[in-house]
Design a protein around this ligand. Sequence first.
Ligand code: GDP
Ligand code: IMO
Ligand code: MG
Length: 431
Amino acid sequence: MKNTIAIGIQWGDEGKGKIVDLLAPDVDVVARFQGGPNAGHTLVIGDQKTVLNHIPSGILHDNTLCLIGNGTVVDPFRLVEEMDMLLAAGIPVSERLKISERCQLILPYHRALDAAREVAKGKNKIGTTGKGIGPCYEDKTARRGIRLVDLVSDDLDARIDANLEYVNFMMTSYLNAAPVERADVERALDLARERLLPLAADVPLILQRRIKAGDSVLYEGAQGSMLDVDHGTYPFVTSSNTVAGAALAGLGVGPKQVDEVLGICKAYTTRVGAGPFPTELYNAEGMCDAEQAGKHMAEKGHEFGSTTGRPRRTGWFDAVVVQHAVRINGVTGLAITKLDVLDGLAEVKLCVAYELDGERIESVPACCKRLEAVTPVYETLPGWNESTFGATALDQLPANAQALLRRIEEVCDCPVTMLSTGPDRKHIIHL
Ligand code: GDP
Ligand code: IMO
Ligand code: MG
């Protein structure tokens, strides 16, 4: 297999974990380049379900080296928990995993700040995962972050002192919240020293050697393009670049070391957390369309967050969003997931444009308020009653399901190369 970047191109939870796990046997290395424990990637093999947060979705395969790149943010408590969960399942994690020494650490004060800021925002909150992601990336950019390599630095104590002074001033004097205890921070640092530092490595050097030797790499994204801090629905985004370009900076490889960009999206759309969602039909407050299609998607698709358990908002496939993502990522092929969830709907809709102030537009407005104000322009296609669940060949699909795929390809101007028809590794059609 060629060197491929596999990324989500909606608002996350597109099925990246499933797709990466099934492609992993065809590559030598799987590498994560951004995000952290805000990600929840689900792998299903028979009756065994595994949810990964930091660890690349290639970890279940014997001969796959897994790398966590410098662009990620790592919470020692969560990552060690994840490693122990895999160890208990008989996976020799330490033999398969290396962590960039340049990774930023999420410390207890990042989680505390994340939570306190959301409370302070009240009804304007972002709806973050509460994992400390934003504050950790902020510290990285502000040049006060603590990296894995810094655990053995002799100025670490002084840097933690300075960070805590600043954080606790914010917590108590601005956010009206309890201060963070230094002992909690020390526990995180000790755990990282004991369990993560032995896996620290020069990731760009490993990648360079492997690629030179002819090995192939699968670069695994987290979140989705509409959550990208530059290209997404700002400010309702995560705090990292989630687009394909971030794979290079987040691992230390060059543009010529990538051959393909696989854009993963559902056959409909979901979003968790606040922010605009033009084709939304259904959410926790119960809003729904006449045909109850949104409720059908939520229930049949089991649309609850893998990490937070929060109900996901659901709606029709938004081709304006997917076209935007195809452009900003240079997507070379689409992987459409959860086609089976649409089984049993009388009609299926595709949003092909928006109407804004009486005008038709075919791109995503940069301003959130404008995106909130758009009305989707839909194309309606006939649905199907047959089950597509578990199909492994195109000719097993009803004609109307095939027609939907062809229309998605046309509208998004990108070939569909993979089609997922169930959560299991084996529920896949290669096109
Ligand atoms: P990720 O964050 O992109 O890896 O996606 P999540 O794991 O958070 O959410 C995707 C959910 O859909 C998981 O529960 C998967 O097991 C499930 N899933 C993935 N592909 C399919 C599919 O084709 N059909 C169905 N029914 N479920 C799927
Ligand atoms: P995977 O990798 C879906 C969303 C949160 C919130 C916003 C900011 O499983 O697709 P953050 O905690 O990152 O500061 O939250 O981003 N979000 C996700 N939504 N899937 C994810 O990851 C997400 N990671 C963050 O819900 O709206
Ligand atoms: Mg997820």
